[in-house]
Design a protein around this ligand. Structure first.
Ligand SMILES: Nc1ncnc2c1ncn2[C@@H]1O[C@H](COP(=O)(O)OP(=O)(O)OP(=O)(O)O)[C@@H](O)[C@H]1O
Ligand SMILES: [Mg+2]
Length: 281
């Protein structure tokens, strides 16, 4: 189900200065009637979600609504209890090459250097030595960690660890990138820098991306669409077409459209908070 925000202006169809970044009609990821439960707890149900090639879909929703679980299902780490996930038309039966995830808490191996953390996915795929030697330094440089190849995660700041996690996910040159609150644990200034760096990296090589965040600003800045999960069990409450062309810059943050979409997402999430408070009261 895809709906535009009720009180937001009509979505823009033009995508501005980055023609390579226009989403294609090709569906990369399709979740159909997805449901997950842990024992008696049904986390989400009835999830229908399509992510197209060259599209960024942001996901917002209250803590515990199943955002991480949903990404894990698409990464093949967790199985749906009912429904299906397909990637490029193929049903998922476990982790699939071409799908890469940046974890909520960095997910680096503490005993591996930055170089070996970034090389990990390529080694797992059995990439030849020459490819690893060419690719790993490229992505370490791209995320601004050149010079830190031999450092271990405990020797890095949170922002640097997050950059290393991003380089590791990008190094396998995925077709689908799953980002689970990638910038939540870093300071506001670094976060803003990384948001725009990620957008620039994506504009150079636009792929299908799912971006989970608790920040409404970040969801609207990054996403072509914003999916709002709500309820218990959670469901897709609304899908908002952001309608802001790429490339996105700091100026995007002060456009009327950005404020409208942000306000709409805020209203949707506040309804949930007020409903939860009424239940408690
Ligand atoms: N392995 C597990 N076993 C049992 N319950 C789990 C497991 N993983 C997650 N849950 C439960 O599933 C629900 C959804 O968890 P999930 O981590 O997907 O939420 P989330 O939306 O990512 O939350 P947050 O915003 O806090 O990261 C929670 O109630 C959590 O306790
Ligand atoms: Mg989570």
């Amino acid at each position: 189900m895809t709906r535009s925000a009720g009180r937001t202006p009509t979505a823009s169809t033009g995508r501005g200065a980055s023609p390579g970044a226009a989403p294609s009609d090709a569906a990369r990821v399709v979740v159909s009637q997805g449901r997950v439960n842990y024992g008696d707890l049904t986390v989400f149900e009835g999830i229908d979600l399509t992510v197209k090639d060259r599209e960024i879909v942001s996901i917002v929703g209250p803590s515990g609504c199943g955002k991480t679980t949903l990404l894990r299902c698409i990464d093949g780490l967790t199985r749906l209890n009912s429904g299906t996930v397909t990637v490029d038309g193929k049903p998922l039966n476990g982790p699939m090459p071409g799908v890469s995830m940046v974890f909520q808490h960095f997910g680096l191996f503490p005993w591996k250097s930055v170089y070996n953390n970034v090389a990990y996915g390529l080694k797992l795929q059995g990439a030849p030595k020459e490819q690893i030697e060419e690719t790993v330094p490229k992505y370490i440089k791209m995320v601004g960690l050149a010079g830190f190849e031999k450092s271990y995660p405990h020797q890095l700041s949170g922002g640097m660890q997050q950059r290393a996690g991003l380089a590791r996910a990008l190094a396998v040159e995925p077709q689908v990138l799953l980002m689970d609150e990638p910038f939540s644990a870093i300071d506001a200034q670094t976060r803003e820098i990384l948001q725009f760096e990620l957008l620039r990296i994506w504009e150079q090589r636009p792929i299908a991306m799912l971006f989970v965040t608790h920040s409404i600003d970040e969801a609207v800045l990054m996403g072509d669409r914003v999916v709002v999960l709500k309820g218990r069990p959670s469901r897709i409450h609304e899908v908002i077409d952001v309608g802001i062309p790429h490339p996105r810059t700091r100026d995007t943050l002060s456009t009327p459209r950005f404020h409208d979409v942000k306000g709409h997402v805020w209203d949707l999430l506040m309804q949930e908070v007020i409903a939860a408070e009424r239940q408690v009261g």
